[in-house]
Ligand binder design. Sequence first.
Ligand code: DC
Length: 227
Amino acid sequence: MYKKIVMKRITIAIDGFSSCGKSTMAKQLAATLGYVYIDTGAMYRAVTLYAYQAGLMADGKLNEEALIGMLPQIEVAFTGDGGVLLNGNRVDEAIRTVEVSNWVSKVSSLKQVRQKMVELQREMGKNKGVVMDGRDIGTVVFPDAELKIFVTADPKVRAQRRYDEWTAKGMHVDFDEVLRNVIDRDYQDQHRAESPLRQADDAIVLDNSYMNREEQLNWLVAQVKKV
Ligand code: DC
């Protein structure tokens, strides 16, 4: 007779600073557990792309009112293989451009944009069995998540990772500028009025400054088993 071991499906929230490798670890963890992975940053990026394409940043300033008015026309979804859809079109690459990266902090700081995205995220995660990564998942989207991880790493280590990534792509960047950018983004994420980045009281901190991917995945799976 086989003894069937059924593991309870849970909600896993992964929040933390930018450039910590959250998406990579969340994706790996979801694949290991057979869970759905949801990249909430990609959703804010897709809204930003819509606004950009609609010309709402044309004069160097975001037309917030127009964007809020257009929200009902913006549909963001994921394909089964993790692709991002904006009104039915696949935008995986288009949401990673410098323009979108530069405007996404502004767009994601709007209360109405956040309300719409949070509602969608709750719907996507309602059946559990999800790994969701972002900034406010453990604090706002799923405050009752069974497992909350807060990821951090030394700013210098994160800047070095970004610097290596860009240099490998043939881009010329200045390390000090990359470091300044990492520190600035941390500040903006932590000090915005709407849902600032904050460690939930019941989150477990993961400092991955000196961990490789395998060590990190093993550590995460161990946390899931404890739950
Ligand atoms: O994780 P990322 O760099 O792709 O996120 C893009 C932007 O969206 C970033 O400026 C932070 C913001 N964001 C947010 O405000 N809330 C989330 N849950 C996820 C991302």
